[in-house]
Ligand binder design. Structure first.
Ligand code: ATP
Length: 658
């Protein structure tokens, strides 16, 4: 086996060395690479301010000079200045401290040091249009006041625009504009640049990206053409450049293994297939059993197929659970389970729907949660153990207390031990650092005995009496992990179902179902992740043991019409609705289920409005009969028509204009 298999750090070092060599051979490769990472994003495709903020939060836009900037196009300008040896300051103070009409301290995007030249990048298209969440009129007015201010203060304003980026003239245009002003260009040489890239940690980040790409190329058995096709299908910009780079990396890796006279795990599989196909080995097995089939990769499936094809007509039995497919990042191809007949052939199915591990409370919460994704199979798990009350708890991380999360972990472990001293306990976290910190806190409090620390991935197949699930923050290191900057890796991995966070959802399902007795979820009420918000909904019947979370819950489910009541989900004959917990005394009666977020939606005149302040979705309803209105297409254009139009015994013909 290759040393890379035994010591992943050695592989990382090899990739880093390869990258440094590859880049130093040709300066144009270096410039190309800089333009490939981070991946370009068109800000005009971002719809809301919250979405833009999440993009900036989750995609650290750091220049070659190590400044954090606020937009991808600003990053390109900063890098252009840096590569051309033009000293600049990002968001420098302006000569005048005067506030311009719009009322903020004016800081132009860039100042060319030692000159009166400033650069402003304006996010407008040729018609003056802006990002959808920005008021275009106001933005254009601001542009005018900035121009006036520069004239008044006798400074030179160089303007660049979003549309130049679209037209691919952003940096070439800037070059012309600066040369006219006699700005001196001293392009940086490749050694200096490489040094800077290393010292700012960029090379290390790029190596991580390449490592992941290499692993995907291996497990998916991709060649140049299939890689290029995937990038094109995924709309990756500059697909050719990525393909050339990754293909070169893969070839060098294969060559390296050859020189080491060694193989890796992927080779083991690939060579086994070859050995069987060439008749060097004849399988004799009459029964072939594959466990954890939901995570099987293309290469592994090819091996199974070869064993069957060349064996003595064996029977194949596979065991898997599509709800627990969590190894896509290492090639797991859920499709092979969900499209088994198409991809593998005829089969008979046996459903294992009874669990001897967890109780009905955990089964109901976890089952409802996983089946939110309509692409997962519908299954109703019967449990051997039955309980009368909810065994899933939501706790907070002691809002505002330093290391509050780990203190909470200690508290829960200590409480469990006080009532069930020999119980097995597991702390399950999305990232290893969460587990390391938890372990340190438990060791310090002498509570670590009988406590396992597992990542959600590692917890697969394991079990404990009590499980404590942690790390539900928002963003890049959150759960669900909202890391969206690696579209390249996404494109190389097996196809993913389209439901948002589907793989992360399965991961939480796995975590929730590790406990035999109780599951505790610890979240942060000040920035609850999407999963925490979702689990607060009454249908999950989670015990909310936290004032802060109850407050959040209160906001969403408080009955708007009475002091005491909460809106509770009822599954009626004609679908779900919410009813006030105080019963008939409350005038609100029933509330609808918001079609966007599932929280209660309360009827007002002509519309039903979501009670969840983060959602606030408004659904148009018929003023005559209360059914939802539907936007229809008629002879004279679009109009709103009552959805009761097609109901035979109680037809409603109400319409209103669009
Ligand atoms: N027939 C049975 N009677 C009693 N207990 C059982 C029975 N079958 C399994 N168990 C217990 O149920 C628990 C779960 O079993 P096992 O780990 O085999 O399930 P699994 O289907 O592999 O679960 P998962 O896929 O969720 O990891 C174990 O503690 C096991 O000992």
């Amino acid at each position: 086996m290759s040393i890379f298999v035994e010591d992943p750090l050695k592989l990382k070092q090899w990739v880093t060395d390869w990258l440094l060599n590859y880049l130093s051979e040709d300066i144009s490769r270096l410039v190309d690479f800089i333009s490939l990472t981070p991946e370009p994003v068109d800000p005009f495709s971002i719809k809301t301010q919250a979405e833009y903020e999440a993009y900036v939060r989750d995609n650290e836009l750091r220049t070659l000079n190590d400044e954090l900037v606020k937009g991808y196009q600003e990053l390109l300008i900063a890098n252009f200045l840096y590569l051309n040896g033009i000293p600049y300051t990002y968001e420098a103070r302006y000569v005048s401290k005067r506030r311009i009409e719009i009322g903020f301290d004016y800081k132009p995007d860039f100042h060319i040091d030692g000159t009166h030249i400033y650069i402003e990048h304006f996010g407008i298209d040729r018609a003056g249009g802006t990002r959808p969440d920005i008021d275009a009129h106001q933005y254009n007015e601001d542009i005018k006041s900035k121009r006036t201010l520069h004239i008044k203060c006798r400074t030179t304003l160089v303007e660049t625009f979003h549309y130049e980026w679209v037209e691919e003239t952003l940096t070439s245009g800037l070059e012309k504009k600066l040369k006219i002003l006699d700005v001196e260009f001293n392009p940086i040489n490749s050694e200096q640049l490489l040094e800077q890239l290393q010292s700012t940690g960029k090379i290390a980040n790029w190596s991580d990206l390449l490592l992941k790409a290499l692993s995907s190329i291996r497990v998916e058995r991709l060649d140049y053409d299939s890689m290029l096709a995937r990038f094109q299908r995924a709309n990756i910009s500059q697909p050719q450049k990525y393909t050339v780079l990754l293909n070169a990396l893969h070839e060098a890796y294969v060559q390296e293994l050859h020189e080491q006279n060694a193989i890796d795990f992927d080779d083991m599989i690939i060579r086994s297939i070859e050995a069987i196909d060439k008749g060097l080995f004849t399988p004799k097995w009459t029964y072939v059993l594959v466990d954890e089939f939901q995570d099987i990769s293309t290469a592994r499936m090819d091996l199974v197929k070869a064993i069957i094809k060349r064996g003595p007509t064996p029977s194949l039995t596979v065991v898997g659970d599509d709800w627990q497919s969590i190894y896509r990042f290492s090639g797991g191809k859920l499709e092979l389970t969900t499209r088994f007949d198409e991809l593998v052939g005829l089969y008979t199915e046996t459903k294992l729907q009874k669990t001897f591990r967890y109780n009905n409370s955990i089964a109901d919460t976890a089952g409802l949660f996983i089946m939110e994704n309509p692409e997962q199979y519908k299954k109703y798990i019967v449990t051997h153990t039955k309980v009368d009350s909810s065994q899933v708890y939501m706790l907070d991380d002691k809002v505002g207390v330093k290391d509050g999360l780990y203190q909470r972990v200690v508290e829960v472990v200590s409480k469990i031990k006080s009532v069930d001293s020999t119980a097995s306990i597991a702390v399950i976290g999305r990232y290893n650092y969460l587990l390391n910190e938890s372990k340190a806190a438990l060791v310090k409090n002498r509570l670590v005995e009988n406590v396992s620390l597992w990542s959600f991935h590692k917890s697969k197949g394991l079990e404990a009496d009590y499980c404590i699930l942690i790390g539900f923050s928002q963003g890049k290191l959150g759960f669900p992990n909202e890391n969206i900057d690696q579209a390249v890796i996404e494109a190389l991995l097996p196809a993913l179902d389209s439901y948002p966070h589907s793989e992360e959802r399965r991961l939480l399902y796995v975590g929730l179902t590790r406990a035999k007795k109780k599951s505790y979820i610890i979240g942060d009420p000040t920035s609850p992740s999407a999963f925490i918000n979702e689990l607060l909904a009454p249908k999950y019947e989670v015990n909310i043991h936290s004032k802060a979370f109850q407050e959040l819950y209160r906001k969403k489910f408080k009955c708007p019409n009475c002091e005491e009541g909460y809106l509770k989900l009822i599954n009626g004959k004609f679908g779900g609705f919410y009813a006030c917990s105080t019963g008939k005394g409350c005038r609100v009666g029933k509330a609808r289920v918001c079609t966007e977020c599932g929280a209660p939606s309360v009827d007002n005149r002509g519309s039903s409005d979501c009670n969840n302040q983060d959602c606030r979705h408004s659904m148009r309803i018929c003023e005559q009969c209360g059914r939802p209105m539907i936007l229809r297409n008629g002879k004279y254009g679009e109009f709103w028509g009552c959805s009761g139009y097609s109901t035979q015994d109680d037809q409603c013909k109400n319409t209103s204009k669009q």
